[in-house]
Design a protein around this ligand. Structure first.
Ligand SMILES: *[C@@H]1O[C@H](CO)[C@@H](O)[C@H](O)[C@H]1NC(C)=O
Ligand SMILES: *[C@@H]1O[C@H](CO)[C@@H](O)[C@H](O)[C@H]1NC(C)=O
Ligand SMILES: *[C@@H]1O[C@H](CO)[C@@H](O)[C@H](O)[C@H]1NC(C)=O
Ligand SMILES: *[C@@H]1O[C@H](CO)[C@@H](O)[C@H](O)[C@H]1NC(C)=O
Ligand SMILES: *[C@@H]1O[C@H](CO)[C@@H](O)[C@H](O)[C@H]1NC(C)=O
Ligand SMILES: *[C@@H]1O[C@H](CO)[C@@H](O)[C@H](O)[C@H]1NC(C)=O
Ligand SMILES: *[C@@H]1O[C@H](CO)[C@@H](O)[C@H](O)[C@H]1NC(C)=O
Ligand SMILES: *[C@@H]1O[C@H](CO)[C@@H](O)[C@H](O)[C@H]1NC(C)=O
Ligand SMILES: *[C@@H]1O[C@H](CO)[C@@H](O)[C@H](O)[C@H]1NC(C)=O
Length: 641
């Protein structure tokens, strides 16, 4: 018999699923999209309201006289001053721009009544106002990403091509003054052509434009993975790519919006009604299904939906040969990892979490559902999970090339300089995504070579992210929790005071960078008693102006580039977290050689036990070491049904 409790829970999951499915449908609707400050509203008949309406009234005439597709303006004085900004996509005609801004003005008043600040995104323009002066400052919160409804068959390859062209365009728009912060480009992909466009609001500085676009590029995997096209709207920039030249000529624009399928209100209502009816029917069928199924657990197969991230224990047992030792890939920080082959032939890696978490199943599921939304080509993809009694398992994509530490420290010759540069850049992008994804800031806490896996093309993918949350819930993010970490990669403020911030991850990244360019482990590196780690040795050479001596003599690489990377690595491992750059600056420094680098301060030498005598002391699977607050319980053999 199925317990009522289980039925109740399953129905809850099902509602969650329906909600998600429902939301993903609604997002296909077309612009306008708005972001309003619903909490901060201005009073009726206030001076701000007066100044704002003057501002909005004057804008259309400004648009027609403005020499560019961009304008900022303000109205009033003092605290009641209203600031406004509009941007039309650079390719549209003056008339389209004028019409678009006029529509935006009436939309913003309707969609964000009485908001102190608001932005509205239309198909060809965006309009923003506020009671604070935002001109010239970057804002990448609440970006909106929309996919093109059609999917591509080889998403990995496609995303990589898209990334390349968008990065190229970002450089042009940001750093080539004659570009006016706008760039378009095309590149062939198989038998098709990718057309891409990026644009920043022209009040930004070059580096802020670049930051904005990089952040928007970072949003693509989350909103639009596998889609043939995408648009990302941000308060400070915009990007889009498609398989057709949407930016050539106005006729293309109209057909493009026709292709997108402009939906009016009545069709939205129709859609919502039909979805609601559909959902209702499915729930009834589902409840009947529950009444007839006996004693087998609910999510016994993935029949309900292929994309639904629940796996049942039985199918994972089959996939791994009852979790046989021969299928064990290794012992990760949170439990053993097994290779499995699902019934459809897909290879996966299955991590069985040590049963020492105090977290309840529901909290666990909530956290996993959040982590599931993180998708980036430099993160190992989480496919789903299984909860069965005390057992908690996570199912990941399987990566055949294993982890970076094996390839780097044991088979280093495989990695030439260009590949190493790619790997460093990929890791930096992955961390940047974790840190700056607007919805969920993730601090990794245990960045190290063994937590970077490599795919067929040796692209790096970070693993074990979000484990702090999965184990400890969102409180795992708090500074006080004493959590994982591997000596040698651990930032001093964490090793000594248990304070963790994104800057502690930057430290771990710096260590990793220095390891990658030298092929040597930080711990386990002997130079002399006084400089017992790679960090110390690198700093010592740098300070003496002999940085090049750090190079692996067998590795051919340009001297200036080596020194630049060494400099960036040393900037990341500075003792004071405040002095370390953020990941967005790191990505920028790596990407753009014209960005001048600061001079690094001395890294911490004696911190934690950066001690060569016990390398990787903390790299243990014993959860009492990983989490001081967890109780140890022996890992019993898994009981397959
Ligand atoms: C302001 O006035 C509008 C109508 O003029 C009304 O709908 C709204 O509720 C009023 N808001 C406040 C905060 O008084
Ligand atoms: C907008 O128009 C007003 C007057 O209509 C003018 O004072 C202001 O300078 C204009 N702003 C821009 C950005 O053209
Ligand atoms: C659009 O406006 C700008 C600035 O007023 C002007 O230089 C340009 O010729 C106009 N373009 C068209 C197509 O009217
Ligand atoms: C637009 O912003 C710039 C920079 O803040 C400022 O100098 C200029 O006066 C603004 N233009 C208007 C019309 O307010
Ligand atoms: C701003 O609002 C105040 C108070 O209503 C008004 O006196 C002032 O003229 C307004 N300024 C502009 C430029 O509209
Ligand atoms: C970049 O934007 C930030 C706000 O996000 C601002 O404080 C900073 O001054 C801007 N940088 C430049 C060089 O304009
Ligand atoms: C496209 O792919 C996404 C995610 O892989 C999926 O949710 C969606 O249903 C697919 N859409 C189509 C039309 O196949
Ligand atoms: C990006 O730029 C590089 C160098 O400028 C060039 O070699 C490459 O072909 C460009 N890639 C794309 C996709 O435009
Ligand atoms: C900047 O852009 C202009 C026009 O698009 C182009 O002619 C020039 O070569 C570019 N400069 C650089 C340094 O790429």
């Amino acid at each position: 018999m199925i317990h009522h409790f289980t039925v109740f829970k399953s129905i809850k999951f099902f509602f969650l699923f329906c909600t998600l499915a429902f939301l993903s449908h609604v997002t296909f609707a077309d612009p306008p999209y708005e972001v309003c400050s619903t909490r901060k509203v201005y009073a009726n008949q206030s001076s701000f309201e007066n100044n704002l309406s003057n501002l909005l009234l004057s804008l259309p005439s400004n648009v027609s006289t403005s020499i560019s597709k961009f304008g900022n303006t303000s109205s009033g004085i003092g605290l009641d001053r209203a600031y406004g900004l509009y941007m039309c996509l650079d390719f549209v005609s003056n008339e389209t721009c004028h019409k678009c801004v006029t529509n935006a003005i009436s939309d913003v008043v309707k969609l964000c009544p009485q908001s102190e600040e608001a932005v509205v995104y239309e198909e060809f323009c965006q309009l923003r106002y506020s009671n604070k002066n935002f001109i010239g400052s970057l804002d990448v919160t609440d970006n909106i990403g929309k996919d093109n409804v059609q999917n591509i068959s080889e998403p990995e390859k496609y995303e990589s091509a898209v990334n390349k062209i968008l990065n190229n365009l970002t450089k042009i728009a940001s750093f080539n003054v004659s570009s006016n912060m706008y760039a378009t480009g095309e590149v062939n992909f198989e038998d098709k052509t990718i057309y891409a466009l990026v644009q920043c609001t022209r009040d930004l500085s070059d580096t802020n434009c670049s930051r904005c676009l990089l952040s928007a590029i970072g949003d693509i995997p989350g909103c639009c993975y596998a889609s043939i096209g995408a648009r990302v709207w941000s308060r400070s920039c915009y990007l889009r790519y498609e398989f057709y030249p949407f930016y050539l000529g106005e006729t293309d624009q109209t057909s493009s919006s026709a292709k997108q399928g402009r939906k009016n209100n009545s069709s939205k209502i129709w859609m919502i009604t039909s979805i609601a009816v559909g959902v209702g029917l499915v729930i009834i069928i589902f409840i009947c299904y529950l009444c007839f199924v006996r004693n087998k657990g609910i999510w016994q197969s993935n029949k309900i939906s292929k994309d639904f991230p629940f796996f049942d224990l039985g199918s994972l047992c089959v996939a791994t040969g009852d979790f046989s030792n021969s299928n064990m890939l290794g012992q990760g920080g949170f439990g053993p990892v097994y290779k499995g082959i699902l019934s459809d032939g897909m290879e996966v890696a299955i991590k069985r979490l040590s049963t020492c978490s105090e977290q309840g199943s529901e909290e666990f599921i909530n956290e996993v559902m959040l982590i599931l939304k993180l998708q980036h080509k430099n993160l190992v993809k989480l496919l789903g999970f299984c909860v069965d009694g005390e057992e908690k398992l996570l199912v990941y994509e399987y990566l055949p090339n294993g982890s970076l530490d094996v390839i780097l420290f044991e088979q280093g010759a495989q990695l030439d300089w260009a590949k190493r540069v790619d790997i460093i850049n990929g890791i930096a992008r992955g961390i940047l995504y974790l840190h700056e994804d607007s919805r969920l800031q993730i601090i990794h806490r245990d960045l190290k070579a063994s937590n970077v896996l490599l795919d067929y093309d040796m692209n790096p993918k970070i693993s074990d992210f979000g484990m702090a949350r999965i184990f400890a819930g969102s409180e795992g993010e708090a500074n006080t929790a004493t959590i994982v970490g591997t000596y040698g990669y651990m930032a001093p403020e964490y090793a000594m005071e248990g304070i963790y911030s994104i800057k502690s991850d930057v430290f771990g990244f710096g260590v990793l960078l220095l390891e990658i360019i030298t092929g040597k482990r930080n711990t386990g590196f002997y130079y002399s008693k006084s400089t017992p780690s790679l960090l110390a040795y690198a700093w010592h050479l740098w300070n003496e102006g002999k940085g090049l001596e750090l190079r692996d003599p067998l590795l051919l690489c340009p001297e200036d580039q080596f020194l630049r990377y060494m400099n960036i690595g040393l900037l990341c491992v500075q003792a004071d977290a405040f002095d370390r750059p953020t990941m967005s600056s790191v990505v920028l420094m790596l990407m753009n050689e014209s960005v001048t680098l600061g001079l690094p301060e001395k890294p911490p030498f004696s911190v934690g036990r950066l001690n060569v005598n016990d390398p990787n002391v903390l790299d243990s699977e014993d959860c009492s070491v990983d989490y001081n607050f967890l109780t140890v319980s022996d890992i019993l053999p898994l009981q397959c049904p």
